[in-house]
Each structure stands twice: as structure tokens, then as C-alpha cells.
Design a binder for this molecule. Structure first.
Ligand code: SF4
Ligand code: SF4
Length: 384
């Protein structure tokens, strides 16, 4: 039986061109210029002191959350930049004069043990979840598109990079519960900043062992299929990775490497069946970008890949809906029944979803009845 991303393949899949990713389209696609001007020119600039969730304090948290990504990492600009460099000098603590790094790579006699080690190191360095898969080059962008220079060049990862360490970073639940208020933007930005910190630190760990490592955020390759292949979760109706631990409330990064590792098994815990009954994300989407009904392999536009049976997101509508009224939307994460803080009740239900698919509609109903997923007041976010 097909596992991981192989479950979703329904036809010919071609490598995705990063130029067609929605955030880059305003840089070259005339049909998206106006929307790009709004999103990149005026979003988060209208402070409304009398409107909780859109005050200077909320804005300040957003700027702080994004700070490491926007000031130092620049992973959203292009691949291999700053904190995401494909190669980086190893700087030993305190100058390192007395701690030379051996010329020979660390001898990996047991890739299974090394996999445990790399997962422990990744968690130590900030990962909430870690998995390993062999690199399927279908998920590597065919071309990279530089956000500022618009340079558009073919992209390949050298053959020796056989494995990927897939990393998920949890985003703050209380901030996302205020979606579409600005604390959501701060949670998203902090996720990007943590992605850069963790991915580059894991890469340095691997390089210090004498192996090669390429840290990657949203650049270089599609993170969601890699995370699915690495056993971190399944694909949801909202187009996001759904993890058993945090639902869709994670950001993803990865590290490509030639370090000998053992891949994890992809997991299934009933997400596809549950999403077939639940449409809460579609009902709550201000852009109507999320599909109702069954899956399809037909793309909405050039921002989707063809050949995969799923609920493709209409990224053009999401782009418009996400920033309608100068908001910051993560409604599709806020309302998702898999998005819960850890706790025995929530963990029990999540386990139940796997073993009792006939109760899925009941769980969706109970989720609504208990008021889960309802927007929380931004004032309360600051008092928690
Ligand atoms: S981010 Fe908002 S607009 Fe975009 S798909 Fe999710 S709910 Fe819809
Ligand atoms: S809100 Fe419901 S349909 Fe949407 S991703 Fe979550 S479980 Fe699936």
C-alpha cells in the first residue's frame, strides 16, 4: 500500500517552479501586481489604538517575532542566503584554538543511532518535531526565484545529499486563537525566526561531524511533502501538514545532508477520513480559498501542482482573503479540530480519530459545541 506522499499521487507530477509560489507572483505576474502592492505596501501599517488586536503593542509583537528572519536569515528572499547558507564556516566557542575539528568525518557505524542523535540535537536546538526521509527530488523546486532581483535560475541539490531532516516548530496557540488579529502575525513570524535558528544550528551540528548540510526554510524545496514523507503528519483539507501533536499549528523547515541516516515511516492517523467529514476550515476561510466536498487532482491556477489527489488551496483567493481589511489570517489553523493544546482529553480524542472513523462527524459536532476554534479576544491574549 502506498505510504507518505505516494498516497496522493494521481498522475504526472512535475517539479514546482518557485516563481509560481503565491508570495512571489506579485513580483512578476501582472494579474497579481495590485494585490502585491496592498500586501507588501500597506499591510500592518494601520495602527488602530481603539481596536484591540490592531494596536501598536500588537504590531510591536509582530515586528519582534519576525526580527530574526527579516534582519538576519532572509530565507524568504532566496535559497542559500545568510542564516540559510549552503556552506558556513564553523566557529568554535571562545575562538576554538584548543579544540580543532578532526579532518576526518565522524565514523557512523550505526546510522540508526546517528538518527537518534540527530533528532535529539534538533530538539535540543529548538525543533518541536523531527523526522527523517530520503530526499525525493520531485519536491525540489525546478527553479529558484529571487524575491528582490527576480533572478530565475534552475535549481538542483547535489546527488550526495541523500537524506532530509524534516523539522516542525510549534506556533503559539493563544496567539493563533486571536486570528485574524495581529498576534497571529507575530506567531507566524516567530515561527519563521525559529525555523532559521533551528535549521542553521542543526546544519552546523552536522558540519562539525564532518558531513555536508543545507538548511532550508520555505526555499529550495516544498516542505510539506518532505514532512509527510518523514512521518511528521498527513495532508489536511486546509492544504497544511496536520501533525498528531499540534495539528496544523506548526511551521516547517528542513536540512538536506549526506550524513548516513535511517528514514522514518510515514504515518496515518485518520486525517484524510476526518477532513472528508469536517469542513470547518472551508467554512471559516474569509477568501473562500478552501474547497468543500471531495478531493481533486485539478489545479486552481499556476500556484498548484497537478497530478496529486488532494484539496488544493486556491492561493490567489487565500492571498486576497488573508489580508482583507489589513488582517492576518490563520483561521484555517485556528478552527481545525486537530489544533489543540496538549492535554489528556485532546490526546484521547486525537487517538480516537485514528481508531474510530465512524465517530468523525460526532467529534466535529462536539468540537463546535464546546466552542473550540472560536476567535478569542486579543485583549485576553495579553492577559494570559
Ligand atoms: S490563511 Fe485564511 S484566507 Fe488563507 S486559506 Fe487559511 S483561512 Fe483561508
Ligand atoms: S478544519 Fe477540519 S477539514 Fe479542515 S483541515 Fe482541520 S480537520 Fe481537516
Amino acid at each position: 500500500m502506498a505510504k507518505g506522499t505516494a498516497r496522493y499521487i494521481a498522475g504526472k507530477v512535475e517539479r514546482f517552479d518557485q516563481k509560481n509560489e503565491m508570495w512571489r507572483r506579485p513580483r512578476w505576474d501582472p494579474s497579481q501586481h495590485e494585490m502585491g502592492r496592498k500586501v507588501y505596501g500597506t499591510s500592518f501599517t494601520h495602527i488602530r489604538e481603539k481596536k484591540p488586536g490592531y494596536t501598536q503593542i500588537d504590531l510591536a509583537l509582530g515586528v519582534a517575532g519576525w526580527h530574526v528572519e527579516t534582519a538576519f536569515a532572509h530565507g524568504n528572499v532566496t535559497e542559500g542566503t545568510d542564516m540559510y547558507k549552503w556552506d558556513m564556516e564553523l566557529v568554535l566557542p571562545y575562538g576554538g584554538a584548543k579544540q580543532p575539528i578532526p579532518d576526518e568525518p565522524y565514523l557512523v557505524s550505526d546510522p540508526s543511532y546517528m538518527s537518534q542523535v540527530i533528532k535529539k540535537a534538533a530538539r535540543f536546538l529548538g525543533a518541536s518535531l523531527v523526522g527523517i526521509c530520503e530526499l525525493n527530488r520531485l519536491w525540489v523546486y525546478s527553479h529558484a526565484f529571487h524575491f528582490w532581483t527576480k533572478e530565475h535560475l534552475p535549481l538542483e541539490i547535489p546527488e550526495e545529499y541523500k537524506y532530509v531532516v524534516a523539522i516542525a516548530v510549534e506556533m503559539d496557540c493563544q496567539a493563533i486563537e486571536t486570528s485574524p488579529n495581529w498576534p497571529t502575525h507575530a506567531a507566524c513570524g516567530l515561527g519563521y525566526s525559529q525555523m532559521a535558528f533551528t535549521a542553521t544550528s542543526v546544519a552546523q551540528f552536522i558540519r562539525t561531524l564532518g558531513y555536508k548540510a543545507i538548511p532550508s526554510g520555505n526555499d529550495t524545496a516544498l516542505s510539506t511533502p518532505i514532512a509527510i514523507d518523514a512521518g511528521l503528519g498527513e495532508l489536511g483539507r486546509n492544504g497544511l501538514l496536520i501533525t498528531p501533536q499540534f495539528g496544523p499549528r506548526v511551521r516547517l523547515c528542513k536540512v538536506f545532508t549526506n550524513l548516513p541516516l535511517v528514514p522514518d515511516e510515514p504515518i496515518e492517523f485518520g486525517v484524510t477520513e476526518f477532513c472528508s467529514k469536517c469542513q470547518r476550515c472551508a467554512e471559516s476561510c474569509p477568501g473562500q480559498a478552501i474547497m468543500y466536498g471531495g478531493m481533486t487532482d485539478k489545479p486552481h491556477n499556476i500556484s498548484n501542482s497537478a497530478g496529486q489527489l488532494k484539496w488544493p488551496i486556491d492561493a490567489e483567493k487565500c492571498f486576497k482573503g488573508q489580508f482583507a481589511g489589513d488582517t492576518s489570517c490563520m483561521n484555517c489553523e485556528r478552527v481545525c479540530p486537530f489544533n489543540k493544546p496538549p492535554g489528556w482529553l485532546h490526546d484521547t480524542v486525537r487517538r480516537g480519530v485514528k481508531h474510530t472513523p465512524w465517530l468523525d462527524s460526532f467529534f466535529v459536532g462536539m468540537d463546535k459545541l464546546f466552542g473550540y476554534g472560536k476567535q478569542k479576544r486579543a485583549e485576553d491574549f495579553w492577559l494570559q
